[in-house]
Design a protein around this ligand. Structure first.
Ligand code: DNO
Length: 370
């Protein structure tokens, strides 16, 4: 695996490449052209300039998160072919510039959803949190306002203000669109882009829906083992792969994360590793990466990646805000750096246990508590 961190670009991130370069083991960044909109074609010049900036800091561009997919492709609107052609052009330009990994999602209208951006924990850190009751009581437009109010002056990924401007029309466009249509739209999109992915060896890594169930009555399909395997089989090309995000799939306690990783062997192109602390089903907050701080057995998650021969980029995911840092919620430097160190430690220990023939590790009991 290659240890990486997400970086939004020098104009948008509060963390610098120089800081990232000093996190032990981090050799690359996962980045994007953050000011581009879904449906906009990425030029080779801009991709090249981004790579040069990253390389000048002693890092590599390990992949793009995200090249966003327009809603019109998802609800199969009349303009989808033009939009897919532009997406193909962007993929070709990325390939020509030597970038071979693209993370994207297929969630209607919203990207990931949280109801609190700075819940205070006992140790004084703040974290992102989700409660289903809060979502059920919420008007989706208000959620946009709350996210921009709590984002410390940054633009949260997936919550770019221009999306809000069209929210009513978008809800209208999704009327009558259910899960089967969304599967069909995804298949159509993947079949159209696979030739360019094969030509330039671009691994597409679909990001799971977060939370892994329908919100605001909109369909969601990248939620569970059955659906993800269906997506892999419906376009059975190794370039059609997954971003395995433990924090997103783990929102549903019925998802057995290590088992999912094992069943997706060879199709996981990118991994987001983070922990959640559950209070009850549908009521959780994000935790430090350490198993003991949350509800997941992080050792088993990393071991499943290791055992299946995962060799793509891995990144710590949302971190807590600690030590007085301010920045984009979930994307500060300090706790994500601790996450890198922890995941690196697990990886090294798992590798050494394997070499030395030790596989008896005590079983972890997940916690549901306050
Ligand atoms: C949130 C991220 C998501 C992810 C997209 C991928 O922090 O994990 O915004 O990048 O869903 O397209």
């Amino acid at each position: 695996m290659q240890m990486t961190m997400r970086w939004y670009g020098s104009k948008h991130d509060t963390v610098t490449l120089e800081e990232i370069r000093q996190v032990p083991g981090v050799t690359g960044v996962i980045t994007t052209l953050y000011d581009t909109k879904p449906g906009e074609m990425w030029s080779r010049e801009r991709i090249h300039a981004l790579e040069q900036e990253v390389e000048a800091a002693g890092l590599s561009v390990a992949g793009i998160e995200s090249v966003n997919v327009s809603d019109e492709i998802k609800y199969a609107g009349p303009g989808r072919d033009i939009l897919i052609d532009r997406y193909i052009e962007t993929l070709a330009n990325l390939g020509k510039e030597g970038i071979h990994l693209v993370c994207y999602n297929f969630m209607p209208i919203f990207d990931w959803t949280r109801t609190e951006l700075a819940r205070r924990r006992k140790d004084g850190s703040t974290v992102l949190a989700y409660t289903q009751e809060a979502v059920d009581a919420l008007d989706p437009e208000k959620l946009f306002d709350a996210v921009s109010a709590g984002s410390n002056g940054t633009v949260m990924p997936g919550w770019e203000p221009d999306r809000l401007a069209h929210i009513r029309e978008l809800f209208e466009a999704y009327k009558g669109i259910g899960e089967e249509q969304l599967f069909a739209s995804l298949k159509y999109f993947l079949e159209k882009i696979m030739p360019v992915c094969n030509e330039y060896d671009i691994r597409m890594a679909i990001h799971p829906d977060d939370p892994a169930w329908s919100v605001f009555g909109l369909p969601r399909i990248v939620t569970c083992k059955k659906n993800i395997l269906r997506i892999m089989r419906m376009v059975d090309d190794p370039h059609n792969g997954v971003t395995f995000c433990s924090g997103s799939l783990g929102t549903d306690p019925d998802n057995d994360l290590p088992d999912m990783i094992r069943s997706l062997k060879g199709r996981i192109h990118f991994a987001h590793v983070r922990n959640l602390h559950f209070h009850s089903r549908g009521n959780f907050e994000e935790a430090a990466h350490l198993s003991g701080d949350g509800s997941f057995d992080m050792y088993e998650i990393v071991k499943a990646l290791y055992d299946t021969g995962f060799d793509g980029p891995i990144r710590p995911d949302h971190g807590r805000m600690i030590w007085g840092e301010t920045g984009m919620p979930g994307y500060g430097l300090y706790d994500r750096a601790l996450g890198c160190a922890y995941i690196n430690g697990l990886w090294e220990a798992i590798g050494k246990c394997e070499t030395r023939g030790i596989d008896e590790i005590p079983v972890w009991e997940p916690k549901f508590s306050d």
